[in-house]
Design a protein around this ligand. Structure first.
Ligand SMILES: Cc1cc2nc3c(=O)[nH]c(=O)nc-3n(C[C@H](O)[C@H](O)[C@H](O)COP(=O)(O)OP(=O)(O)OC[C@H]3O[C@@H](n4cnc5c(N)ncnc54)[C@H](O)[C@@H]3O)c2cc1C
Length: 301
């Protein structure tokens, strides 16, 4: 059931591509989530600024959406506006780093995979480990996405953001606190662009070494790791040792292949996934006295 929508009429009037009352399951890799009141697709900075200033002046909450690959949206959906940058903010280019490697400048709506492939094809080193992580550059900069010991934050020179106050500001890497699957910025807002510093390889085309295992690629709808690894531990192993693999709630199931992944076998609801997560948290706390922290972002009513 979808809760009563809030008044987004002012946003509906803007000359920006938009969808009304669309289920968020269409925009998330877990394929769950109720309706968002409005989803906007600005194609340039003027449109984005108009969307943001209208939302702020009318008190309409604005939720940035990337590829939806790390999101669990509630069954009641999102009251307010969702903004997606994938239509207009997907450019990628290179610049000379003036002795500090090569700068790749990319829009937040570009997919991280495209940014990685662009770098590989130009013979630039530094993003190989991130090849194959799904989602957008903007999402990766919010999550500090990474694999093994490498993460996107390692390569950041600057991140440009349209803040909640409507200011377009550029933060240097030193001003951003990148940690394990988290990034704290000096302000909140919509990330619009980043500059990444990469090295030039002696080879013309760099080889991408780290690919997800084939078993991970054939999993049904999922959002990658549900919980962060506690220090020195693997969340998946802790869950497996609690006998949680294969546990089900409706059509949601803790994967038989990976303890820390919940799959939607077709018609799962967000409520089923949240129940499984709670069961996992309780089991791990009871057996190991460890509190699992969510990696996925849970949003909505
Ligand atoms: C099969 C699979 C494998 C995965 N493997 C990995 C992995 O190896 N390593 C890893 O780190 N992650 C992994 N993930 C998780 C996910 O891909 C990453 O967290 C990814 O960076 C999320 O990007 P997204 O664009 O999909 O973000 P979304 O899921 O759309 O959003 C995530 C968060 O970022 C915010 N956000 C998105 N765009 C912006 C923006 N422009 N400005 C401000 N905030 C924004 C959203 O509001 C939300 O809070 C995996 C997911 C799947 C489904």
């Amino acid at each position: 059931m979808t809760a009563h929508p809030i008044d987004t009429h002012a946003l509906s009037q803007l000359p920006v591509k938009k969808l009304h009352r669309r289920p968020m399951r269409e925009f998330t890799s877990l394929r769950v989530g109720g309706e968002a009141d409005i989803i906007l697709f600005p194609e340039n900075m003027d449109e984005l600024q108009e969307v943001a200033s209208t939302a702020v002046s009318r008190g309409i909450p604005l939720y940035p959406l990337g590829g939806g690959t790390n999101l669990l949206v509630s069954d009641q959906g999102i009251r307010g506006a969702v903004v997606s940058l994938f239509r207009g903010f997907n450019y990628i280019s290179t610049e000379n780093g003036n002795g500090q490697g090569v700068i790749v400048r990319a829009g937040a709506g570009a997919s991280l995979s495209r940014v990685c492939l662009f770098a590989l094809n130009k013979g630039l080193e530094g993003l190989e480990a991130l090849t194959g992580i799904p989602g957008s550059l903007g999402g990766s900069l919010t999550m500090n996405a990474g694999r093994n010991s490498a993460s996107i934050g390692d390569r950041v020179k600057t991140v440009k953001m349209l803040t909640g106050k409507g200011e377009l500001v550029s933060f240097t890497r030193q001003e951003i606190d990148f940690g394990y699957r988290r990034a704290e910025y000096p302000a909140r807002g919509v990330i619009v662009e980043a500059e990444l510093v990469l090295g030039r390889s002696a080879e013309r085309v760099v080889k991408a070494p780290d690919r997800p295992s084939p078993s991970r690629q054939v999993l049904p709808f999922n959002a990658g790791s549900i919980f962060k690894n506690p220090p020195g531990q693997s969340a998946g192993t802790l869950m497996e040792e609690c006998g949680l693999k294969g546990e089900r709630e409706g059509d949601a199931q803790i994967s038989h292949l990976h303890g820390n992944i919940i799959v939607n076998r077709g018609s799962a609801k967000a409520a089923h996934i949240l129940k499984l997560m709670e069961r996992a948290r309780e089991s791990v706390a009871a057996r190991f006295d460890i509190r699992l922290e969510e990696e996925i972002k849970v949003i909505g009513e």
